[in-house]
Every structure is written in C-alpha cells, then in structure tokens.
Write a protein that binds this ligand. Sequence first.
Ligand code: DC
Length: 213
Amino acid sequence: MIVAIDGPAASGKGTLARRIAAHYGLRHLDTGALYRAVARDILANDGDVTNPADAQHAARHLDLGSLTDPALRNRGIGEAASIVAKMPEVRKALLDCQRTFANTPPGAVLDGRDIGTVVCPGADLKLFVIASPEARANRRFLELTAENNTLTKAEVLANIHARDARDQFRDIAPLAKAEDAHLLDTTNLDIEAAFSAAVELIDPVVSRAGCVS
Ligand code: DC
C-alpha cells in the first residue's frame, strides 16, 4: 500500500502524511528532508551546493537515519535544498532510495513535490494538498512565532510566493498534480478535518487492497 502526497510548502501535507501513516500502520518518508539532508552534508564537508559533483556525492552517500536532525529545518538549509533539488544528478540518486522505501512492506506514505508524478506513479492513492498562499503564510507565521522568529507576516508570504515559483517552474520534476490525484484544499480545514477527508478517500482503497493493519 503506497500513499503519495504532494503539495506546495506549508500546505499541511507533512502533518497529514504523518497522521495517515500512523493511522494505517504504514511507514512515512518526508522526501523534502532528503534534499535538505543532501544540502546539509555538502555544507558539512565544506562543499559547494551549486556544484553537481559535490551534490551527487552527498546524495549517493546519504544516511537515511539522519533525517530527523533538527538542523534540517534551518532556513539556510532550506534555501540550499532548493538549489540541489534542481539537479538531475541529485534527483536520480534519490529516486531509487525513495522507491525502495515505498515498496518495502507494509508500504508507506511519502510526501513531497513529485511523488504521484515521478517517484510512485502507480501509488494506490494520491493526494494533492493545496491551500491559499495567505492561509499557508499564516500557518508558517504562527509556527515561526512560536520559535521566536523576527519575520513579519508579509515577509513570510513573500517567501511562500518565492518557493511556489521555484517549485512550479523548475525544469525537472516540477510540483504538479498527477491526473489521478485527489485534490484536497485545506485553506478552510484544520488538521482534523483534513485528516477525516483523507481517511474517507483512503479507507475504500485499504478495504480493496486488504493489506494494512
Ligand atoms: O518540503 P521541503 O521544504 O522540506 O523541501 C525542501 C526542498 O526540496 C524544496 O526546495 C522542495 C524540494 N523537494 C523536491 O524537489 N521534491 C520533493 N519530492 C520534495 C522536496
């Protein structure tokens, strides 16, 4: 059983993916953390995040056990991750490990930008999670405020717009809804309501597959 969840930054897809994985006894992979970890490892080795050879080396030697490192959430790492995420060498190196993770029993929930379109085009269920830029900026602003950040709401919204543009208009594996993905707009939904909507879509698939605890 594979659930593919894609969507833009701060759409709520990560929280939703974790909830779905826990509910159905599936494993969870935040694929954005892979790109962030590649960036972290390049920088830790005094490499250059714009150099494809350094990036490919880091992607090929990635330790999947290091994905819970809190440093991955740093803003600088996020910026560097968006640079390495554009490199075909990096995406190719990370493709196999994502597919292996997805296909290991009992299955998995993967969230990212290209899961339904590139990584797991045959996923049992695909969700494309969206929310208005303003709603996403509000959520991110509240999270950042809890962490004592000094950005204004307008700056957070500008960052969201910039990240959307980078994700949607890059040449390789841009953020896009797979034709067979279900659209889930969380602009006016809290996490409980979004989770309930997802369960309504997934339950029938689980009943048919009959393979999840
Ligand atoms: O979701 P995030 O902010 O942790 O993602 C970090 C970067 O990786 C971001 O620039 C988008 C990119 N990414 C990607 O290209 N493909 C994915 N499947 C997941 C993330």
